[in-house]
Design a protein around this ligand. Structure first.
Ligand code: RB5
Length: 145
């Protein structure tokens, strides 16, 4: 599986941990930054991961900031992106099976490394259920809801 990963300064350490985990699982990960502790603006990184994932239908995204909120909002402004802010394995599973999320967002100041790894592992392994959920996901991508 191919991933684009991004974070701001607050999400950097957790992003690095999760990128390493994905690579150990054999996935390809392109880390678009940030790469140091200097304070940066999360919208730029969320939007860039969003653009990369939107351009590559089979790719997935991982975005991390302090809460996961700001960077998920930024990613979701890109057409074609369904970025889900998850807090645990259950929300990660639902994000894939019901919402067909193509980007997962995590808050480094909200969840610990173990919970985050478990959530990401679940997100990675869970398929979209389709069926009645397909119509709803289609509505998310349409001009009207
Ligand atoms: C940075 O201090 C913080 O605001 C950011 O990482 C994120 O939590 C925003 O949603």
């Amino acid at each position: 599986m191919k991933w684009y990963a991004g974070s701001d300064h607050a999400g950097l350490a957790l992003k690095r941990q999760l990128v390493e985990m994905l690579r150990k699982l054999g996935d390809e990960v392109i880390d678009i930054g940030t790469n140091d502790d200097k304070s940066v603006d999360y919208p730029s990184f969320g939007a860039e991961v969003g653009r990369r994932v939107a351009a590559e239908s089979t790719a997935r995204g991982l975005v991390v900031c302090g809460t996961g909120i700001g960077i998920s909002i930024a990613a979701n402004k890109v057409p074609g992106i369904r970025c889900a802010l998850v807090h645990d394995s259950f929300t990660a599973e639902m994000a894939r099976s019901h919402n067909d999320a193509n980007i997962v967002a995590l808050g480094a100041r909200v969840v610990g490394g173990g919970v985050a790894e478990h959530a990401l592992t679940t997100f990675r392994a869970t398929a979209f259920e389709g069926g009645r959920h397909q119509r709803r996901v289609d509505m998310l991508g349409a001009d009207k809801q």
